[in-house]
Design a protein around this ligand. Structure first.
Ligand SMILES: [Zn+2]
Ligand SMILES: [Zn+2]
Length: 400
């Protein structure tokens, strides 16, 4: 959200912490505790136990989601040799372009990693950048983030139920002529405010909880959800070859990959398994696919990774070099290339327009102007990302 962008994330986290503490403090010690015979009474403890367990889970997972590093590409990380040097006979599928590369970090992107503009780095298994936790949600803290979201829903739903019960009791007491000590209006105002605030939280976080449950079942991140939609569209328009999302390993295994192998410990705050650089994949997945997901529309691409290697190997006497941070690949021109360009087709087969251009080039060359200036522009090839693609794929990963 644009407004959230302007507020320092630490302030947002402080606000969330105070907000949660206000709601649980008033519920425990002002409204429900006294109404149940005192906060320390057995009755109060029994009824408030589920609320307080989910509140502890909420605080712990919120703290861990905020403070745990989501993970970034290790220095010098590269895809395996077999992926960087694919077999010549390997099937080439339209849309699968080769290992992904981050131009901003000038490094390869591990599978499922994306560049976050807020964090200024490639985040492992990036889900989204969340201002509410002042952190990216990625490999290191995704499991805490989903447990936090579920804890919010459980705490708010049960808390709201208890507040409505208390409100009913107060209204009953007000209407009962036999009750002499009537509960105060201030308590009713606080209950009404809290129910309203909890309602807003349930609505907002509920949508998030439903979406992340869906992602959990499908074995995907939020970004991969968008990528899968885009991929389906490209396949249905026949722009790329059919390809399956490689990280969906089945309903139960998908859940275990985030919450752990033992269902009895799914609520316990534990991190994701593995190192964030390799993930279980569907059987019979092409080895290149996890490193090149998502597929790209060939229209948006320059030469593919494989084509680039071929180009590099076949263009005699020249090589492809990376030009500054934009990552464009530019052919370096040797003197031989230049001579060949000038002498090429010198037998008179040139069409008149081309002949004119040739003469112009020769003239300028004699006047001391370097024809390379022309050549650089025409020889620039994209490294697989148009600027727009780059932005849509790398920069806008923040939740709205
Ligand atoms: Zn990056
Ligand atoms: Zn981030």
């Amino acid at each position: 959200m644009a407004i959230l962008d302007a507020i320092p994330e630490k302030l947002i986290v402080a606000f969330v912490t105070i907000f949660i503490t206000y709601l649980q403090g008033t519920a425990n010690f002002y409204i429900l505790g006294p109404a149940l015979g005192g906060w320390t009474s057995f009755r109060a403890q029994k009824i408030l136990l589920p609320l307080n367990i989910s509140l502890i889970s909420l605080y712990v997972n919120y703290y861990l989601a905020c403070t745990t590093d989501p993970g970034q590409t290790p220095e010098g990380w590269e895809p395996p040799f077999s992926v960087l040097n694919p077999d010549e006979n390997a099937e080439i599928r339209v849309g699968i372009t080769g290992p992904r590369f981050c131009n901003k970090c000038d490094a390869y992107k591990p599978p499922r990693a994306h560049h976050c503009k807020h964090c200024g780095k490639c985040v492992l298994r990036m889900d989204h950048h969340c201002p509410w936790i002042g952190n990216c949600v990625g490999f290191g803290n995704y499991s805490y983030f989903v447990r936090f979201v579920y804890s919010v829903i459980v705490s708010c739903t049960y808390g709201c139920y208890l507040l409505l019960w208390r409100l009913q009791r107060i209204l009953d007491a007000w209407n009962n002529p036999w009750v002499i000590m009537k509960p105060g209006t201030f308590e009713v105002v606080i209950i009404a405010i809290n129910i309203m605030l909890i309602g807003i939280v349930i609505l907002a976080v509920g949508v998030l909880a439903i979406y992340h449950t869906y992602c959990l079942f499908k074995g995907q991140t939020t970004i991969e959800g968008w990528e899968r939609t885009k991929t389906k569209r490209l396949i249905s328009r026949r722009k790329i070859d059919p390809v399956e999302f490689p990280f969906d390993v089945g309903f139960y295994k998908n859940i275990c990959s985030v919450l752990g192998d033992n269902p009895l410990l799914w609520a316990w705050p534990s991190p994701l398994k593995g190192d964030g650089l390799k993930y279980p994949i569907k059987p019979n997945t092409a080895p290149l696919l996890p490193y090149s997901w998502p597929p790209r529309d060939p229209k948006d691409l320059g030469p593919s990774f494989i084509e680039r290697i071929e180009q590099e190997q076949t263009v005699e006497g020249s090589k492809l070099v990376r030009r500054d941070s934009e990552g464009y690949l530019v052919r370096e021109i040797t003197m031989e290339d230049r001579m060949r360009m000038l002498n090429e087709d010198d037998n008179g087969n040139r069409d008149p327009l081309e002949q004119e251009a040739h003469e112009q080039l020769s003239r300028e060359n004699h006047q001391g102007m370097d024809p390379e200036d022309y050549y650089y522009d025409s020889a620039s090839v994209s490294d697989g990302f148009t600027d727009e693609e780059e932005q849509s794929n790398d920069e806008e990963w923040v939740d709205e």
